[in-house]
Design a protein around this ligand. Structure first.
Ligand code: FES
Length: 226
């Protein structure tokens, strides 16, 4: 196997030529935060939480997709890097339903953990918010687009692991939403309810339906007709 010599935060390493910076860092025990990355399933460089400085490159680079090369020098924890990660996270949070108290993933949420790690105490980018209806028509999966961080892990696990492919990114730019074709409910597409999308979701945008959902829905339906 062809190897290259690189330096990460002053540590000299020899790693396979086809590694990314993130792979090399993990192997060296250097921690780089990630959100959209899911090894072997979702390696698309979408969230920019893993940005690092590469000596000689003008802009910061996403470690999860940036390939190593001979002589590369990487800095993973400079002030510039920490500031950029924090801004990126605040931008994600600015259009995220932050009702953590009532979220099933509270305490086990990758976004929450990143906010703690990066010491996010306030969101400086309050702006337009998009609020979309909950999809709770499936008998087993509840989809809340307002908590989605557009990491696309669910899309790739549904398509490439389960080979079902019923969810994808719809619309463009600020209006982008992970949904089904024509924004139908998961109940109205060929979803097999395998739950892999729930496993892959880093936040509470996809979750299992439980008995309380069923009771609340029954009450809401009943009230509609009285
Ligand atoms: Fe690298 Fe999201 S983890 S861009």
């Amino acid at each position: 196997m062809e190897m290259v010599n690189i330096t990460i935060d002053g540590k000299k390493l020899q790693v396979p030529k086809d590694y990314t910076v993130l792979q090399a860092a993990r192997e060296a025990g250097v921690e780089i935060p990630t959100l959209c990355y899911l090894k072997g399933i979702n390696e698309i460089g979408a969230c920019r939480m893993c940005v690092v400085e590469i000596k000689g490159a003008r802009s910061l680079q996403a470690a999860c997709v940036y390939p190593v090369s001979e002589g590369m020098e990487v800095i993973t924890n400079s002030e510039r890097v920490r500031r950029a990660r924090k801004v990126n996270l605040e931008l994600i949070l600015s259009n995220h339903d932050r009702n953590c108290l009532t979220c099933i993933r509270s305490g086990n949420c990758e976004l929450q953990r990143l906010a703690e790690d990066l010491n996010v105490k306030q969101i400086r980018y309050e702006g337009e918010n998009i609020r979309r209806p909950l999809d709770d028509f499936s008998p087993s999966i509840v989809r809340d687009p307002n908590k989605c961080v557009l990491c696309k892990r669910c899309i790739n696990v549904c398509r490439n692991v389960q080979e079902v492919g019923v969810i994808n990114a719809n619309y463009r730019g600020f209006r982008t939403v992970v949904s089904t074709a024509f924004d139908r409910s998961l109940n109205d597409v060929a979803c097999t309810m395998c739950g892999q999308c729930i496993q892959a979701c880093p936040v509470g945008a996809l979750r299992e339906k439980d008995s309380t959902d069923i009771v609340w829905k029954a009450l809401a339906d009943k009230n509609k007709y009285v």
